[in-house]
Design a protein around this ligand. Structure first.
Ligand code: NAP
Length: 279
């Protein structure tokens, strides 16, 4: 750069690290947010072939932040300069911040789920059964505990539920024990029922009548078989859209320090799912 050259006003670049990423709704959601906020920014979905090189690329290209999704939420932790306390406890990073070359990993899934649940029901003192023991389930446990609820983990591989329960300080039960569990809310934090295997249901439908609310983290399709079976039994339901929007809104807040346009983000997601206004 010559002495007289001016620094060109920079465009912020953000990315999604995952594989596959082609079906992700995050680009549409985040681009809608940046546009509404008047922020000149790009958000690009990167189908990552080599995570270590991708992280080097973030440093080299000065990418300001990234969302991290399947299958890299755990693997990325060892490649960053810092991982904050909550993401370390959950054991998964879904948000990366590049602060002048220092890469920090954090997690917003827990807050996304907490806010989604609390938009419908008070979770304080409620027993909440969570299916799964991966990053999403562990984030759900943290979110429920932050809202003073009582999470119970149930997982196909019991050792994994046991391990997560020990790490996070919650209860666990065998996958087959759901029928004996007295719980207010059921949260599916497994991919069962996700497109294209939309006919699959993670639990025996007869067991759903005991719950006040059944929540599916899956959002594609928006009405999973699990939610249909719960609805058929008069049980309240919620899909994964609100969690997706709320975790994304928190990413925007972290990256920009500004209030995210949650309603616009929600509308962008609904539209992409064919559920929103056509305007
Ligand atoms: P993950 O780490 O791969 O964990 C998947 C979990 O599902 C594991 O506990 C696994 O059990 C269980 N599982 C998978 N297939 C199963 C089957 N056929 N029968 C019984 N259990 C099965 O995945 P993750 O990152 O936690 O994500 C889980 C789901 O949450 C995904 O569908 C993801 O898209 C969704 N999610 C949604 C949001 C949102 O914003 N809405 C955010 C995060 C995640 P084992 O331990 O026995 O293998």
């Amino acid at each position: 750069m010559t002495d007289g050259a001016k620094v060109v006003e920079e465009v912020w670049v953000f990315g999604l690290l995952g594989n596959p990423v082609s079906h992700s709704l995050s680009p549409k959601m985040h681009r809608a947010a940046f546009e509404a906020m008047g922020i000149e920014a790009e958000y690009v979905a990167f189908p990552v072939v080599n995570l270590e090189q991708a992280v080097m690329g973030i440093r080299g290209l000065g990418i300001r932040g990234a969302s991290v999704t399947i299958p890299f939420k755990e693997e990325i932790m060892s490649l960053l300069d810092e991982v904050d306390r909550i993401a370390s406890l959950i054991g998964a990073v879904n948000t990366l911040v590049n602060d002048h070359g220092v890469l920090t990993g954090t997690n917003t899934d827990w807050l996304g789920l907490k806010r989604a649940l609390e938009s419908r029901i008070s979770i304080r003192g409620k027993r909440i059964a969570i299916l799964g023991a991966g990053g999403a389930a562990r984030a759900a446990v943290y979110g429920v505990m932050a809202g003073r609820g009582e999470p119970i983990l149930l997982n196909r591989t019991p050792q994994r539920a046991m391990r997560a329960a020990k790490d996070l300080g919650c209860g666990w039960a065998p996958w087959e024990g759901l029928g004996d569990l007295k719980a207010h809310i059921l949260v599916n934090a497994t991919p069962i029922g996700m497109f294209p295997k939309s006919h699959e249901c993670p639990v025996e439908p007869e067991l759903l009548s005991q719950f006040h609310l059944v929540v599916d983290m899956v959002y594609n399709p928006p009405r999973t078989r699990l939610l249909e079976e719960a609805e058929a039994r008069g049980v309240g339901t919620m899909n994964g859209v609100e969690m997706l929007v709320q975790q994304g809104a928190e990413q925007i807040r972290i990256w920009t320090g500004m209030e995210p346009p949650v309603q616009i983000m929600r509308k962008a997601v609904m539209k992409a799912l064919g559920e929103g206004d056509e305007d």
